[in-house]
Design a protein around this ligand. Structure first.
Ligand SMILES: Nc1ncnc2c1ncn2[C@@H]1O[C@H](COP(=O)(O)OP(=O)(O)OP(=O)(O)O)[C@@H](O)[C@H]1O
Ligand SMILES: [Mg+2]
Length: 273
């Protein structure tokens, strides 16, 4: 059996792989729900809570963590997959870097042709490298591409938890249900938690979560807990226009406080000490 075939046979059975103890994946059924912004802010909040954090841009087709923060790439993830570079060579320290109130970022170039259609073996190599590097951190937050794309699911499959993010819009909720249905079939539903982002109010966010939870319980026999609700906040857009992280721009904004609460809860419930 070639290495590629061996890897592929492992991929076919995600439940057999141990969940990585400190990787938080941020995924969604449809695009534009705020995953990248949420992943950046969650990484920052965990760092402010004193944790050593790496933010990994796992959106292989449209890596844009860098664009949100106005950073220059330190190389291409394709070079890591080909073995020319180590994943650690790509680390960009942000706001002082990991261990100094800020966090580290690994963000590939968004124009990487080689990653437009990665093979399963390529994604598994990347995932294995990330698992090795994750030992140097308390938390690794992984921003994923939208949808049930195979690469995103492979990267999410061994995360400690997968934060499935949705807005309160009907179309987004329907796609979120479809995403959970797909992951439930792959047998790792216990890792899924729900984030409602851009909620008009906390109450409306809660109504959306309750409806989603009921549908998951009735039809999929899974009960994904709520990671948290984040309200729509104009300061998110303002900080993004200035290429500044929200927690640096305004730590007292509603969205900042709501994410800090989510970070504290995840850290308390899931951190392996
Ligand atoms: N809580 C919020 N309040 C207001 N605006 C928000 C909030 N969260 C995200 N946004 C805005 O939503 C837009 C989309 O965000 P983002 O790029 O993070 O989405 P995404 O899910 O990563 O998209 P894609 O699926 O294309 O990767 C951005 O303009 C961002 O500023
Ligand atoms: Mg994104």
């Amino acid at each position: 059996m070639t290495t590629e075939l061996i890897e592929a046979s492992v991929i076919a059975k995600p439940p057999l792989m141990p969940a990585n103890r400190n990787i938080i994946a941020v995924a969604s059924g449809n695009a534009g729900v705020g995953k990248t912004w949420f992943a950046i802010t969650l990484a920052h909040a965990l760092a402010y809570a004193g944790r050593k954090v790496l933010l990994f841009d796992g959106d292989l087709n449209l890596a844009n963590v860098r664009l949100h923060l106005g950073l220059r790439a330190r190389g291409d993830i394709a070079a890591v997959i080909s073995g020319e570079k180590k994943l650690a060579d790509l680390v960009i320290p942000y706001d002082g870097g990991a261990g100094c109130n800020g966090f580290d970022i690994i963000a590939g170039r968004s124009d990487s042709e080689a990653l437009a259609n990665p093979t399963e073996a390529m994604v598994v190599k990347l995932r294995n490298d990330l698992h090795t590097l994750s030992r140097d951190y308390d938390w690794v937050v992984m921003d994923l591409g939208a949808g049930i794309d195979r690469s995103a699911r492979l990267l999410a499959a061994t995360a400690r938890t997968c934060l499935v993010t949705t807005t309160a819009e009907m179309a987004a909720v329907t796609e979120t249900y479809a995403y959970i249905k797909m992951t439930a079939r792959e047998n790792f539903p216990e890792a899924v938690r729900i984030v409602i982002n851009k909620a008009p109010t906390i109450k409306q966010g809660q109504i959306v979560y309750d409806a989603l939870f009921r549908a998951c319980r009735k039809f999929l026999k899974v009960e994904p807990p709520l990671a948290g609700i984040v309200r729509r906040d104009n300061l998110v857009m303002e900080s993004l226009l200035l290429k500044d992280a929200l927690l640096s721009y305004d730590q007292n904004s509603n969205a900042a406080r709501e994410i800090e609460q989510i970070a504290r809860r995840l850290d308390k419930d899931l951190r392996v000490r």
